[in-house]
Design a protein around this ligand. Structure first.
Ligand SMILES: Nc1ncnc2c1ncn2[C@@H]1O[C@H](COP(=O)(O)OP(=O)(O)OP(=O)(O)O)[C@@H](O)[C@H]1O
Ligand SMILES: [Mg+2]
Ligand SMILES: [Zn+2]
Length: 534
């Protein structure tokens, strides 16, 4: 971005003491202790994302080492060494940027030539090497040699955003510090107070958007605010910030999201056409939507910071489970979009599908569970409708209540994409639903049961997303082999208007909003619906 032009504020607000560095308490504390106890290592490795305080911390540490009143964890900031280090003009504290071509060779020379020399005035010679992963092989070798026999007065601080690219021989000789991305709340508070000090007029929502989309980089957030203030007349609005991030206008997003959450297909279709007519990219639309709903989801679960204000109202009536289900669907749409040559089509089918399936799925699962309970209690299943007979030709012998539930479990397993082992274990488990609606999963081996127990919360929330309500799950060891054939066998619903006169052809006919409920149940459950012969 326009980094050079807009670093004024970021530089002006560079912390000068350990206390002022935000969100890196662990690092500050350890470095302060090292100074107090005079246990200074020869080399430090600062790793972490961009703009979170690595260079800042390196300078503060250098001041702590070389302050005229030090070494002290509270450098005075007034002596010559402190002032020079803050201005990067100290001859004993050398900052080098390994990413700058002209400096790559210099780094090697400087390391070789100056390391042996005594300090000019200060206690320590400190080399701060930024973007250290970019050092040339020759420079790494020179550095390694020095670290193998370090002169007593030399401290290296290597800073990098790519820890994996530092040779292990070097990394193993450094004391390592991991810098964290700055969290949204800290960032919001910092930006707010900075805007106030600078006399900027900034909408609260603008800071909200800024803090959420700066990906943890405080420098980026501050530079963007600086830039937005320069661009805007009188007031920085949320919309200005959204534009700078290339985000879709909020009004459009919330409109789409509301239609989706309220399952209003007509409004959804209108909003979608309007967005596409504006030239909005379907992939970005899905990603932005997912991002916003994800925030609301975490907040509803009680595990995240407050979601974006403008989404609060839109998401009022929906449960965390419902949102979880929507998010899983949006993930799938994003995935499908990547493979498709007709993004508009995928987008429409996907979003309309969310509306239809959400309604169908919970209705069906409720019905299946009621049936399970009835069968478990020994009551006969509802009789099949006459009209369904034609579909029952090759139906299997009735084989216990486990199957529809097994199909739900399989679809849950499929949804746990980033947990392949758990998904695999689940697909071999035997599920049962108890009278109170809780699920019991049986595994062949204790080892497998234990693995699933460890991720029980995740399994529960995936299952909750699938059935549209919260579910308690217990795990045990036992026989799993009485599951019978693959296809989900669902007795015809007792009160099912839709099942009446359903022929095999209807059942098998293709999807779309008008498809029969049975077809949709098949899609949802991932099996084949067959009717039992009485
Ligand atoms: N933890 C923090 N606390 C307070 N301000 C911060 C923090 N991190 C970054 N800043 C702000 O961002 C500016 C740049 O930070 P700094 O140069 O230390 O980041 P960095 O981690 O070295 O980034 P890079 O990896 O891009 O070199 C600082 O001058 C300050 O304004
Ligand atoms: Mg830096
Ligand atoms: Zn000082």
């Amino acid at each position: 971005m326009t980094e050079q032009r807009y670093t004024v504020l970021a530089r002006k607000y560079r912390p000068q003491t350990f206390k002022e560095v935000l969100a890196q308490d662990g690092v500050s504390q350890t470095l302060e202790n090292a100074i107090s106890s005079k246990r200074i290592a020869h080399a430090y490795l600062f790793t972490g994302p961009r703009g979170v305080g690595k260079t800042t911390m390196a300078r503060i540490f250098a001041k702590a080492l070389n302050c005229a009143e030090g070494p002290t964890p509270k450098p005075c900031g007034k002596c010559d060494p402190c002032k020079e280090i803050a201005r990067s003009s100290s001859i004993d504290v050398l900052e080098m940027d390994a990413a700058t071509h002209t400096q790559v060779e210099k780094v090697r020379e400087v390391i070789i030539e100056t390391v042996g020399l005594a300090t000019n005035r200060d206690r320590y010679k400190v080399f701060v090497i930024d973007e250290a992963h970019m050092l040339s092989t020759a420079a790494f070798n020179a550095l390694l040699k020095t670290l193998e026999e370090p002169p007593p007065h030399v401290v290296f601080i290597l800073a990098t955003t790519e820890a994996g690219k530092i040779p292990a021989t070097i990394a193993s000789r450094c004391q390592r510090f991991r810098f964290r991305p700055v969290d949204v709340d800290t960032m919001t508070a910092h930006l707010g107070s900075l805007a106030k000090k600078e006399g900027m007029t900034v909408e609260a929502d603008a800071i909200d958007v800024l803090a959420r989309h700066a990906a943890g980089s405080l420098r980026d957030a501050v530079s963007l605010l600086d830039q937005a203030w320069t661009l805007s007349d009188k007031k920085v609005t949320a919309e200005t910030i959204r534009q700078m991030f290339g985000l879709i206008p909020q009004e459009m997003m919330v409109g789409l999201g509301t239609a989706l959450l309220e399952r209003d297909v007509k409004a959804l279709a209108d909003r979608l056409s309007a967005a596409l007519a504006e030239g909005i990219d379907p992939g970005q639309l899905v990603r932005d939507l997912r991002e916003a709903l994800h925030g609301v989801y975490l907040e509803k679960l009680g595990v995240g910071p407050a979601g974006e204000r403008s989404w609060k109202k839109a998401a009022e009536g929906i449960s965390a489970q419902g949102l979880g289900y929507l998010l899983a669907r949006l993930n799938r749409i994003a995935e499908d979009l990547r493979l498709s040559d007709s993004p508009r089509n995928v987008l429409e089918l996907g979003l309309f599908g969310c509306v239809h399936e959400a309604a169908d799925l919970s209705a069906w699962v409720e019905r299946l569970e009621a049936l399970e309970r009835r069968l478990a209690s020994g009551a006969p299943a509802a009789p099949a409708e006459d009209g369904a007979d034609s579909a029952s030709e090759e139906s299997e012998a009735p084989s216990g209540p486990a199957k529809p539930v097994a199909a739900v479990l399989r679809s849950v397993a499929r949804s746990l994409k980033n947990r392949p082992i758990i998904a695999e274990l689940l697909s071999h488990a035997r599920p049962e639903v108890a009278g109170d609606g809780s699920w019991k999963l049986t595994f062949e081996r204790e080892f497998d049961a234990e693995a699933v127990r460890k991720c029980l919360a995740e399994v529960q929330s995936a299952l909750a997303a699938a059935v549209g309500r919260s579910v308690s799950v217990s795990v045990q060891v036992g026989k799993t082999q009485d599951c019978g054939p693959e296809s989900a066998e669902i007795p015809a619903p007792d009160d099912a208007g839709p099942a009446e006169g359903v022929s095999e052809q209807d059942v098998a006919s293709s999807g779309g909003p008008q498809a029969s409920p049975l077809k949709k149940a098949e899609q949802i459950l991932g099996g084949t619906v067959k009717f039992k012969k009485k």
